[in-house]
Design a protein around this ligand. Structure first.
Ligand code: VAH
Length: 375
């Protein structure tokens, strides 16, 4: 009996149309049984007219698309696979420049039925799952972080396994903790993070690898350093200072840092991060010896970053107003990551070191005409 027939059969038994009454493992897939899905909203039909040409091209869905990385990733993927092959989604309204740059949908990762509907109606084959509360935001609202980062992950894993998607979920240097090796942190080591963000990302790594081994889910994961982006704001992270320093340096020549001067952390320019994400998703499965990889580019402290800014802005002044919560998080994270496995397995290498990062960021914020982030 086809899975859909089985679904219908069991759904009848479970009382179709009612709340999910039963879930069971069926034919090796984590398939939950649901009532009838909600009627397709007209907006969803708009993409069916799109010509998804190129059978070999993935149909991409990005969750959490309005966070620090989603728009940049969508731009990169649309250049590669075509504008209509990449659907950006979030629970917030997109600004005009995002809404008119390609397909955008409302998607709440806590709504399992809706996720299935989007995947089916748009024949999604690749899913980039960016919805998450980051380190500082998570500590400020643990229940919400647990819901989004854990329950949201469950929904995404089950949909990805059911529809045989290729799934990317980012992890982070925050998945390491004070008992992890810090300089460098290897791919495999003790991971006892002290934030709900870090705990949920260790869980993400373990659950993604379980679904790979148990159900054959093509799960891929990178541990991101702190990401420095020019034309997008970070969303409540411990490394956000390294993004905000640039517009402040240009506008006022001053910056108040909320970490101590010596707090050295792994960092990466957004262009390197997004390229690494596409490269690992593009890599032939047989080249991957692991499902979760460290990627590294540079490490710096606030004082080292300030010294590099001073080379361009001699009047620049940094001051320190240390946030003890953020500093405790930063102190529990590694200073550098060993990314030799990524470099060996799928040819990872970074392009931006600290001098290139500072030049690029100051040029972006200092240029009269702010150009869109060129991926
Ligand atoms: C944070 N920017 O600070 C994020 C990131 C490496 C840290 O995950 O929480």
């Amino acid at each position: 009996m086809q899975i859909i027939g089985m679904l219908r059969h069991v759904a009848m038994a479970c009382g179709a149309g009612q709340r999910p009454l039963c879930s069971r493992w069926t034919s090796g897939l984590p398939v939950r049984f649901l009532g009838t899905s909600s009627p397709q909203s007209p907006a969803d039909a708009s993409f069916h007219s799109a010509s998804f040409s190129g059978a070999d091209r993935p149909q991409v869905l990005i969750t959490g698309g309005l966070g620090q990385l989603g728009v940049g990733l969508a731009n990169l993927l649309r250049k590669r696979f075509g504008k209509d092959n990449v659907i950006l989604s979030d629970i917030r309204k997109p600004p005009d420049h995002v809404f008119y740059s390609g397909p955008f949908l409302y998607a709440d990762v806590l709504d399992y039925k809706r996720l299935r509907e989007i995947v089916v109606n748009n024949r999604i084959t690749w899913l980039f799952h960016y919805s998450a509360l980051l380190s500082a935001a998570g500590e400020a609202n643990v229940p919400l972080a647990r819901a989004v980062n854990v329950t949201g992950l469950h929904n995404v894993l089950d949909v990805a396994a059911e529809y045989h998607l290729r799934l990317f979920v980012p992890s982070t240097i925050g998945a390491f903790g004070p008992t992890s090796p810090r300089n460098p942190a290897p791919d495999l080591c003790t991971q006892r993070p002290r934030t709900i963000y870090g705990v949920s990302k260790v869980y993400t790594e373990l659950m993604g690898e379980y679904y790979y081994h148990r159900y054959g889910l093509d799960f891929r994961c990178l541990r991101y350093p702190g990401i420095i982006s020019a034309d997008s704001q970070p969303g409540g992270g411990t490394t956000d200072y390294a993004v905000q320093i640039f517009p402040d340096a240009i506008r006022s020549g001053k910056f108040e840092c909320n970490l101590k001067a010596s707090a050295r952390l792994p960092m990466m320019y957004v262009q390197d991060c997004l390229r690494a994400t596409l490269e690992v998703m593009d890599a032939p499965a047989e080249s991957l010896s692991m499902r979760t990889y460290n990627i590294n580019a540079m490490s710096f402290s606030p004082e080292e970053l300030a010294q590099e800014v001073l080379k361009h802005l001699p009047e620049f002044q940094i001051s320190y107003n240390v946030d003890p919560v953020l500093q405790a998080i930063a102190d529990s994270w590694p200073m550098t990551l060993d990314d030799s496995s990524a470099r060996k397995d799928w040819g990872w290498k970074h392009d931006f070191d600290l001098p290139e990062l500072v030049t690029t960021m100051l040029n972006f914020h200092g240029s009269d005409t702010r150009v869109a982030q060129a991926n």
